[in-house]
Design a protein around this ligand. Structure first.
Ligand code: ADP
Length: 202
């Protein structure tokens, strides 16, 4: 079975592309969702975060206060290191368990904004990058999240540069066009990945 990583910058269209693969019957796991699951109330990682950061890390309903925590790790880089050392192995293990339970598929997709920045890419045998020019990325991110251009620009500047990401790609989905264009590319890539998976297994 082939595990294919799918990544791209903020607002590049990772979720849109993932949904299109799912519509074709492909099993997709979203590392962002796993990252939320491992800190859900009752999970040991949430208790560890509370012990390290104090009660301010939780909101009134006992959920992780993500916005507050994001600011903390931004302000205190050593706290980011601590948090990543806690969460990344847990996230990786959950993904690995999911992959193991999908061995009967031709291929599966791991969608992650941090595929290339963490060791998550080591779980994959091929990488898809969703790519688009920065001005469109900026515009779509702002429209989706209600951010200012300046705020979105800061996030993009802090992420892996476009060129560097593209250089790591085995396959590129060009999401500069409309959703129909993306859908057509996904359909084509689906056929390629299926035949690659089948060739690999024979
Ligand atoms: P990501 O998951 O990479 O952050 P999304 O898939 O959420 O990005 O896409 C960002 C925003 O752009 C969403 O609002 C999405 O609906 C929109 N979008 C994605 N692809 C296209 C496209 N080809 N044309 C128009 N809007 C798009």
């Amino acid at each position: 079975m082939l595990t294919v990583g799918l990544t791209g910058g903020i607002g590049s269209g990772k979720s849109a592309a993932s949904r299109l693969f799912e519509q074709l019957g492909v099993a997709v796991i979203d590392a962002d969702q796993v990252a939320r699951d491992v800190v859900a109330p009752g999970e040991p990682a949430l208790d560890a975060i509370q012990a390290e950061f104090g009660d301010a890390a939780l909101d009134v309903s006992g959920q992780l206060n993500r916005r507050w925590l994001r600011q903390q790790v931004f302000d205190y880089p050593e706290k980011r290191t601590w948090l990543e050392a806690l969460l990344h192995p847990l996230i990786r293990q959950q993904i690995l368990n999911w992959i193991t339970s999908h061995q009967q598929e031709d291929y599966v997709i791991l969608t992650s904004p941090l595929l290339l920045e963490t060791d998550q890419h080591r779980l994959t045998q091929a990488i898809i990058v969703v790519d688009l020019p920065e001005d469109i990325q900026l515009q779509r991110s702002c429209e989706r999240d209600g951010m200012t251009t300046a705020a979105a620009g800061k996030i993009i500047a802090a992420q892996m540069p476009r060129q560097q990401r593209v250089e790591r790609a085995d396959f590129i989905l060009d999401n500069s066009g409309n959703l129909a264009s993306l859908e057509a590319q996904v359909a084509l890539l689906h056929q390629q990945l299926k035949s690659r998976a089948i060739n690999k297994s024979t």
